[in-house]
Design a protein around this ligand. Structure first.
Ligand SMILES: [Fe+2]
Ligand SMILES: [Fe+2]
Length: 439
């Protein structure tokens, strides 16, 4: 799809960049940076409200595009000699429009607006690139071309949705609010409506979380039934693992830019994993729409909780289990002849390691690098998690051992991979001691 052929309301073109002084150019880039970051966070907040695959995939690609643009613009703004504490904030028009969309709580409307915004950005970046013809604006020409490509990439999954046009108002044209940054990135709080439970795909059969029949196959044999079970079990986990980091991006406005780029990449990976699982199931002749989903699921145990709680439950003590599961399963799957599933899980393992690293990194940020404080928070959040599991009605399968580094009956921990996943030296020593000093 060529977005330049589609009318954008209102039409927005860039200033004559070649003739701008640096401070004027910085103001233009700041306007786009604040608009992209705020819009990326706003759209991210709607992820748990979208159950079906095409709108979810479009949303995730739009967020990925917008956060990617914000990251490139942020770097350039620093090069244009804008101090980080003087990034200002988004324009009054952008803040009002984002707040209105957040309060409306209508994911289809938010998606239509996101599509209009990406089209507007694709056009604006093309115009900006074409207005950078002088040698002085070499870096800006490259920047706007890279942002234009990202905007076009973000649009590719929207084509099949058939969304209506949406008016951007002054979102892209109003100047940002100059002055001191109120948050590390200059972004602002969004008045999102609480989302205590996620949406399920419209076609998905459900089973109650407590008492529903989700029998585990015999783990000692690796046959089609077991492999399909592994793939199918992964699908619901990928949904949850997409929604939680995206919703956190929207819910928390006071973190450094690296947090938003990490959470964006995390969610984008999980959406890719969803597609990978679907295609492996299809290759085995299995319809992914036939499998039931537990209702409610783990998303409900994390929704509305503080950020440390979400990262501890989802990643530090949840996705970290994938390290051993996939690490052990990959060679066995290959030996049993499931070559493409083995390769897929090997790549997924690399992603999952990174997701645990993100959680450990940002927990370190929240607790000033104090490993003991992170350990205490882990125990406190897991005790609270087990209470929430009962409150929400998730069933005992969702409960966790509060002393996370204690031996949990899953076999010997892979300390080398856990070190890569950002567990501290103290964590590794405790894990090693708990599993009989295997280090
Ligand atoms: Fe995943
Ligand atoms: Fe993950």
């Amino acid at each position: 799809m060529n977005s330049e052929a589609i009318p954008v309301t209102p039409a927005i073109d860039s200033p004559a960049i070649d003739s701008l002084v640096i401070s004027e150019l910085a103001d233009f880039e700041l306007r786009l940076y604040h608009g992209a970051l705020l819009a990326g966070r706003l759209l991210a907040g709607f992820a748990p409200r979208l159950g079906d695959i095409p709108p979810r995939a479009a949303l995730v690609s739009a967020v990925n595009s917008l956060i990617g643009q914000a990251e490139l613009l942020h770097t350039r703004i620093g090069e244009l000699r804008v101090p980080r504490e003087k990034m200002g904030r988004p324009s009054v028009a952008a803040v009002e429009q984002a707040a209105e969309l957040a309060r409306a709580d209508d994911p289809q409307r938010a998606l239509a607006w996101g599509q209009a915004l990406l089209r507007g950005l694709a056009r604006l970046h093309a115009s900006a690139r074409d207005n950078c013809t002088a040698e002085t604006t070499y870096h800006d020409r490259r920047l706007h071309e890279r942002c234009r490509v990202l905007a076009e990439d973000g649009l590719t999954r929207f084509a099949e949705l058939g969304l209506p046009a949406a008016d951007l108002g002054d979102y892209l044209s109003a100047p940002h609010q100059a002055g001191a940054s109120v948050t590390p990135t200059g972004t602002v709080e969004l008045p999102l409506v609480a989302c205590p439970a996620r949406a399920y795909p419209s076609w998905a059969p459900r089973v109650p979380a407590i008492g529903g029949q989700m029998p585990d196959p015999d783990p000692s044999k690796l046959d089609d039934e077991t492999v399909v079970y592994l793939l199918r079990k992964g699908v619901q986990i990928e949904f949850i693992a997409t929604d939680v980091p995206l919703r956190s991006m929207a819910d928390f406005a006071d973190l450094p830019l690296g947090f938003y780029t990490d959470m964006n990449r995390h969610a984008h990976d999980e959406m890719r994993h969803t597609h990978l699982l679907f295609s492996e199931l299809a290759a085995m002749g299995v319809d992914y729409k036939q499998f039931p989903y537990r209702d409610p699921d783990l998303y409900a145990a994390m929704a509305g909780q503080p950020l440390d709680h979400r990262m501890i439950v989802l990643s530090r003590t949840g996705e970290d289990a994938a390290i051993e599961v996939f690490g052990n399963a990959v060679p066995k799957l290959r030996a049993a002849g499931y070559e493409s599933v083995a390769i897929m899980f090997d790549h997924v393992l690399a992603d999952e390691l990174r997701h645990v690293t993100y959680a450990n990194r940002w927990l370190g940020h929240l607790y000033d690098g104090d490993d003991l404080a992170v350990e205490a928070a882990t125990e406190r959040c897991l005790i609270r998690h087990n209470e929430i599991v009962d409150e929400v009605g998730l069933g005992d399968y969702a409960k966790r051992e509060p002393d996370h580094m204690a031996f949990r009956g899953r076999g010997r921990p892979n300390l080398e991979l856990r070190a890569m996943a950002g567990f501290s030296e103290r964590d590794l020593q405790r894990l090693s001691a708990a599993s009989g000093g295997a280090r």
